[in-house]
Design a binder for this molecule. Structure first.
Ligand SMILES: CC(C)(COP(=O)(O)OP(=O)(O)OC[C@H]1O[C@@H](n2cnc3c(N)ncnc32)[C@H](O)[C@@H]1OP(=O)(O)O)[C@@H](O)C(=O)NCCC(=O)NCCS
Length: 250
Protein backbone atom coordinates (compact mmCIF):
# COMPACT_ATOMS: atom_id res chain seq x y z
CA UNK A 1 0.00 0.00 0.00
CA UNK A 2 1.15 3.50 -0.55
CA UNK A 3 3.58 4.39 -3.25
CA UNK A 4 6.77 4.23 -1.37
CA UNK A 5 8.64 6.80 -3.42
CA UNK A 6 8.22 9.40 -0.79
CA UNK A 7 5.41 11.44 -2.31
CA UNK A 8 5.48 14.55 -0.16
CA UNK A 9 2.38 16.67 0.13
CA UNK A 10 2.17 20.04 -1.50
CA UNK A 11 4.43 22.56 0.16
CA UNK A 12 1.59 25.05 0.58
CA UNK A 13 -1.02 22.43 1.44
CA UNK A 14 -3.09 23.14 -1.68
CA UNK A 15 -3.93 20.24 -4.00
CA UNK A 16 -2.96 20.58 -7.61
CA UNK A 17 -5.73 20.00 -10.10
CA UNK A 18 -4.72 17.34 -12.60
CA UNK A 19 -4.07 18.82 -16.03
CA UNK A 20 -6.57 18.02 -18.76
CA UNK A 21 -5.44 15.06 -20.79
CA UNK A 22 -3.70 16.15 -23.94
CA UNK A 23 -4.05 12.81 -25.62
CA UNK A 24 -1.39 10.44 -26.83
CA UNK A 25 1.61 11.71 -28.70
CA UNK A 26 1.60 11.20 -32.45
CA UNK A 27 2.89 7.75 -33.32
CA UNK A 28 2.25 6.34 -29.81
CA UNK A 29 -1.26 5.07 -30.54
CA UNK A 30 -1.37 1.31 -30.54
CA UNK A 31 -4.55 -0.75 -30.59
CA UNK A 32 -3.16 -3.32 -28.14
CA UNK A 33 -2.25 -2.60 -24.50
CA UNK A 34 1.38 -1.57 -24.12
CA UNK A 35 3.57 -1.96 -21.06
CA UNK A 36 6.37 0.60 -20.91
CA UNK A 37 8.48 2.68 -18.58
CA UNK A 38 6.71 5.79 -17.31
CA UNK A 39 8.23 9.14 -18.25
CA UNK A 40 7.75 12.68 -17.01
CA UNK A 41 5.35 13.20 -19.93
CA UNK A 42 2.98 10.68 -18.28
CA UNK A 43 2.83 12.62 -15.00
CA UNK A 44 -0.56 14.27 -15.59
CA UNK A 45 -2.19 11.01 -16.67
CA UNK A 46 -0.66 9.14 -13.73
CA UNK A 47 -1.82 11.75 -11.22
CA UNK A 48 -5.31 11.64 -12.70
CA UNK A 49 -5.35 7.84 -12.47
CA UNK A 50 -4.01 7.77 -8.92
CA UNK A 51 -6.42 10.48 -7.79
CA UNK A 52 -9.34 8.39 -9.07
CA UNK A 53 -8.10 5.12 -7.59
CA UNK A 54 -7.13 6.77 -4.29
CA UNK A 55 -10.77 7.77 -3.77
CA UNK A 56 -11.53 4.06 -3.34
CA UNK A 57 -9.42 4.20 -0.19
CA UNK A 58 -7.22 1.17 -0.92
CA UNK A 59 -4.04 2.87 -2.08
CA UNK A 60 -3.03 4.57 1.14
CA UNK A 61 -2.80 7.84 -0.78
CA UNK A 62 -4.40 11.19 -0.13
CA UNK A 63 -5.66 12.51 -3.49
CA UNK A 64 -5.05 16.06 -2.27
CA UNK A 65 -1.32 15.40 -1.95
CA UNK A 66 -0.88 14.50 -5.62
CA UNK A 67 0.75 17.16 -7.76
CA UNK A 68 1.57 16.82 -11.41
CA UNK A 69 4.81 18.79 -11.14
CA UNK A 70 6.05 16.63 -8.25
CA UNK A 71 5.25 13.47 -10.18
CA UNK A 72 6.94 14.78 -13.31
CA UNK A 73 10.07 15.68 -11.37
CA UNK A 74 10.17 12.30 -9.65
CA UNK A 75 9.79 10.45 -12.93
CA UNK A 76 12.40 12.61 -14.64
CA UNK A 77 14.88 11.86 -11.84
CA UNK A 78 14.06 8.19 -11.40
CA UNK A 79 17.21 6.15 -10.93
CA UNK A 80 16.57 2.72 -12.46
CA UNK A 81 18.86 1.06 -9.94
CA UNK A 82 16.58 2.28 -7.17
CA UNK A 83 13.09 2.25 -8.61
CA UNK A 84 10.96 1.37 -11.59
CA UNK A 85 7.77 3.06 -12.76
CA UNK A 86 5.66 1.39 -15.44
CA UNK A 87 2.46 2.27 -17.24
CA UNK A 88 0.04 0.27 -19.30
CA UNK A 89 -1.42 2.30 -22.14
CA UNK A 90 -4.30 1.55 -24.45
CA UNK A 91 -4.31 3.55 -27.65
CA UNK A 92 -1.74 5.76 -26.03
CA UNK A 93 -3.81 6.51 -22.91
CA UNK A 94 -2.46 5.53 -19.48
CA UNK A 95 -4.76 2.94 -17.92
CA UNK A 96 -2.56 1.50 -15.20
CA UNK A 97 0.49 2.49 -13.19
CA UNK A 98 2.93 0.38 -11.21
CA UNK A 99 5.85 1.33 -9.04
CA UNK A 100 8.65 -0.60 -7.34
CA UNK A 101 11.01 1.15 -4.95
CA UNK A 102 14.12 -0.40 -3.48
CA UNK A 103 14.43 -0.37 0.30
CA UNK A 104 16.33 2.65 1.61
CA UNK A 105 19.41 1.75 3.63
CA UNK A 106 21.87 -1.12 3.45
CA UNK A 107 19.87 -3.60 5.52
CA UNK A 108 16.83 -3.54 3.23
CA UNK A 109 18.42 -2.58 -0.08
CA UNK A 110 17.90 -6.15 -1.31
CA UNK A 111 14.12 -5.61 -1.14
CA UNK A 112 11.71 -3.49 -3.15
CA UNK A 113 8.14 -2.51 -2.38
CA UNK A 114 5.62 -2.67 -5.19
CA UNK A 115 2.25 -0.99 -5.67
CA UNK A 116 -0.12 -0.99 -8.62
CA UNK A 117 -3.24 0.89 -9.63
CA UNK A 118 -5.54 0.19 -12.56
CA UNK A 119 -8.24 2.56 -13.82
CA UNK A 120 -11.65 1.24 -12.69
CA UNK A 121 -12.92 0.92 -16.27
CA UNK A 122 -9.86 -1.15 -17.28
CA UNK A 123 -9.90 -3.76 -14.55
CA UNK A 124 -9.96 -7.53 -15.04
CA UNK A 125 -8.09 -7.21 -18.31
CA UNK A 126 -4.82 -8.49 -16.92
CA UNK A 127 -3.16 -5.07 -16.50
CA UNK A 128 -2.48 -5.56 -12.79
CA UNK A 129 -0.80 -8.87 -13.48
CA UNK A 130 1.14 -7.36 -16.38
CA UNK A 131 2.47 -4.59 -14.15
CA UNK A 132 3.56 -7.04 -11.45
CA UNK A 133 5.34 -9.15 -14.07
CA UNK A 134 7.06 -6.07 -15.46
CA UNK A 135 8.13 -4.87 -12.02
CA UNK A 136 9.44 -8.33 -11.23
CA UNK A 137 11.50 -8.32 -14.43
CA UNK A 138 13.02 -4.99 -13.41
CA UNK A 139 13.70 -6.28 -9.89
CA UNK A 140 15.51 -9.36 -11.12
CA UNK A 141 17.61 -7.31 -13.52
CA UNK A 142 18.42 -4.82 -10.75
CA UNK A 143 19.53 -7.58 -8.35
CA UNK A 144 16.61 -7.18 -5.97
CA UNK A 145 16.19 -10.37 -3.93
CA UNK A 146 12.72 -9.88 -2.53
CA UNK A 147 9.55 -8.01 -3.48
CA UNK A 148 7.09 -6.84 -0.84
CA UNK A 149 3.61 -5.34 -0.79
CA UNK A 150 1.07 -4.30 1.80
CA UNK A 151 -2.62 -4.79 1.03
CA UNK A 152 -5.69 -3.90 3.06
CA UNK A 153 -7.45 -7.12 4.07
CA UNK A 154 -10.71 -5.78 2.61
CA UNK A 155 -9.16 -5.35 -0.81
CA UNK A 156 -10.25 -8.65 -2.30
CA UNK A 157 -9.08 -7.83 -5.82
CA UNK A 158 -5.53 -6.98 -4.74
CA UNK A 159 -5.34 -9.97 -2.36
CA UNK A 160 -6.28 -12.27 -5.25
CA UNK A 161 -3.88 -10.53 -7.61
CA UNK A 162 -0.84 -10.88 -5.34
CA UNK A 163 -1.71 -14.48 -4.45
CA UNK A 164 -2.10 -15.28 -8.13
CA UNK A 165 1.29 -13.74 -8.94
CA UNK A 166 3.09 -16.01 -6.48
CA UNK A 167 3.37 -13.68 -3.49
CA UNK A 168 3.05 -15.35 -0.08
CA UNK A 169 1.42 -13.86 3.00
CA UNK A 170 4.18 -13.13 5.51
CA UNK A 171 2.18 -11.45 8.21
CA UNK A 172 -0.66 -9.17 9.19
CA UNK A 173 -0.45 -5.77 10.82
CA UNK A 174 -3.59 -5.43 12.90
CA UNK A 175 -5.69 -2.31 12.39
CA UNK A 176 -2.82 -0.75 10.50
CA UNK A 177 -4.87 1.19 7.93
CA UNK A 178 -8.08 3.14 7.82
CA UNK A 179 -10.45 1.83 5.17
CA UNK A 180 -14.20 2.11 4.76
CA UNK A 181 -14.48 4.43 7.75
CA UNK A 182 -12.66 2.25 10.25
CA UNK A 183 -9.39 0.51 11.02
CA UNK A 184 -8.52 -2.52 8.91
CA UNK A 185 -5.70 -5.05 8.85
CA UNK A 186 -2.82 -4.81 6.41
CA UNK A 187 -1.73 -8.08 4.83
CA UNK A 188 2.02 -8.20 4.15
CA UNK A 189 3.03 -10.05 1.01
CA UNK A 190 6.51 -11.19 0.00
CA UNK A 191 8.01 -12.81 -3.06
CA UNK A 192 11.56 -14.16 -2.95
CA UNK A 193 13.37 -13.77 -6.26
CA UNK A 194 15.94 -16.21 -7.57
CA UNK A 195 19.56 -15.25 -7.27
CA UNK A 196 21.08 -14.21 -10.60
CA UNK A 197 22.72 -17.24 -12.23
CA UNK A 198 26.19 -15.65 -12.20
CA UNK A 199 26.14 -15.58 -8.40
CA UNK A 200 25.23 -19.24 -7.98
CA UNK A 201 27.59 -21.71 -6.43
CA UNK A 202 29.76 -21.83 -3.33
CA UNK A 203 32.39 -19.45 -4.70
CA UNK A 204 29.90 -16.60 -4.94
CA UNK A 205 28.42 -17.23 -1.52
CA UNK A 206 30.35 -14.52 0.26
CA UNK A 207 29.47 -12.97 3.60
CA UNK A 208 26.73 -10.77 2.15
CA UNK A 209 24.97 -13.85 0.77
CA UNK A 210 25.11 -15.62 4.08
CA UNK A 211 24.09 -12.82 6.37
CA UNK A 212 20.38 -13.64 6.18
CA UNK A 213 20.81 -17.38 6.63
CA UNK A 214 23.64 -18.54 8.88
CA UNK A 215 22.84 -22.17 8.06
CA UNK A 216 23.71 -21.50 4.44
CA UNK A 217 27.37 -21.21 5.39
CA UNK A 218 27.49 -24.87 6.28
CA UNK A 219 25.60 -25.86 3.16
CA UNK A 220 27.49 -23.99 0.52
CA UNK A 221 31.01 -23.43 1.83
CA UNK A 222 33.01 -26.54 2.67
CA UNK A 223 34.83 -25.74 5.91
CA UNK A 224 38.58 -25.64 5.40
CA UNK A 225 40.93 -26.56 8.25
CA UNK A 226 42.21 -22.99 8.59
CA UNK A 227 38.63 -21.66 8.92
CA UNK A 228 37.83 -23.77 11.96
CA UNK A 229 37.69 -22.07 15.34
CA UNK A 230 41.24 -21.73 16.73
CA UNK A 231 41.96 -24.03 19.63
CA UNK A 232 42.24 -22.39 23.04
CA UNK A 233 45.77 -22.06 24.52
CA UNK A 234 44.87 -24.72 27.14
CA UNK A 235 43.72 -27.18 24.50
CA UNK A 236 46.83 -26.47 22.41
CA UNK A 237 49.11 -27.18 25.36
CA UNK A 238 47.21 -30.41 26.13
CA UNK A 239 47.63 -31.51 22.52
CA UNK A 240 51.39 -30.85 22.70
CA UNK A 241 51.71 -32.90 25.90
CA UNK A 242 49.64 -35.71 24.42
CA UNK A 243 51.77 -35.63 21.29
CA UNK A 244 54.98 -35.99 23.30
CA UNK A 245 53.55 -38.81 25.40
CA UNK A 246 52.33 -40.64 22.37
CA UNK A 247 55.71 -40.39 20.54
CA UNK A 248 57.56 -43.66 20.40
CA UNK A 249 61.13 -43.69 21.68
CA UNK A 250 63.58 -44.39 18.90
C1 LIG B 1 -6.09 -4.71 -7.54
C2 LIG B 1 -5.99 -4.19 -8.95
C3 LIG B 1 -4.61 -3.61 -9.18
C4 LIG B 1 -6.20 -5.37 -9.92
O1 LIG B 1 -5.94 -4.92 -11.23
P1 LIG B 1 -6.57 -5.69 -12.49
O2 LIG B 1 -5.94 -5.15 -13.70
O3 LIG B 1 -8.05 -5.63 -12.44
O4 LIG B 1 -6.10 -7.18 -12.23
P2 LIG B 1 -5.92 -8.32 -13.33
O5 LIG B 1 -6.96 -8.15 -14.40
O6 LIG B 1 -4.51 -8.37 -13.76
O7 LIG B 1 -6.28 -9.60 -12.46
C5 LIG B 1 -5.37 -10.65 -12.28
C6 LIG B 1 -6.03 -11.63 -11.33
O8 LIG B 1 -6.18 -11.04 -10.04
C7 LIG B 1 -7.43 -11.47 -9.47
N1 LIG B 1 -8.33 -10.33 -9.32
C8 LIG B 1 -8.14 -9.09 -9.75
N2 LIG B 1 -9.15 -8.29 -9.38
C9 LIG B 1 -10.02 -9.08 -8.71
C10 LIG B 1 -11.27 -8.85 -8.07
N3 LIG B 1 -11.83 -7.62 -8.04
N4 LIG B 1 -11.85 -9.87 -7.44
C11 LIG B 1 -11.31 -11.09 -7.45
N5 LIG B 1 -10.13 -11.38 -8.04
C12 LIG B 1 -9.50 -10.39 -8.66
C13 LIG B 1 -8.01 -12.50 -10.43
O9 LIG B 1 -7.49 -13.76 -10.05
C14 LIG B 1 -7.42 -12.05 -11.73
O10 LIG B 1 -7.32 -13.07 -12.68
P3 LIG B 1 -8.59 -13.40 -13.62
O11 LIG B 1 -9.12 -12.08 -14.12
O12 LIG B 1 -7.99 -14.24 -14.69
O13 LIG B 1 -9.58 -14.11 -12.75
C15 LIG B 1 -7.09 -3.13 -9.26
O14 LIG B 1 -8.34 -3.64 -8.85
C16 LIG B 1 -6.84 -1.82 -8.55
O15 LIG B 1 -6.20 -0.92 -9.11
N6 LIG B 1 -7.32 -1.67 -7.32
C17 LIG B 1 -7.15 -0.44 -6.56
C18 LIG B 1 -5.69 -0.21 -6.18
C19 LIG B 1 -5.16 -1.37 -5.39
O16 LIG B 1 -5.86 -1.98 -4.62
N7 LIG B 1 -3.85 -1.65 -5.57
C20 LIG B 1 -3.21 -2.75 -4.87
C21 LIG B 1 -2.56 -2.29 -3.61
S1 LIG B 1 -0.85 -1.92 -3.91
Amino acid sequence: MGRGHGAPGPADGRPTAPEPERGPAAGSVHPLPQLRTATAADAAAIVRLLATVALEGMLGLEPATLRVEDEAERLARLDLRQACALVVTVRGHVQAFGLAVRGAGAVIAHTATVSVAVAPESRRRGFGRLLLLGLRAWAEAAGVRKLCAGVCDRNEGALALFHGCGYAVEGVRREQVLAGGGPADEVLFGLALPRPAAQDGPRAAGPAELRGDPGAAARVIPLRAQDRAPASPGRRAGRRRKGRRGRRPR
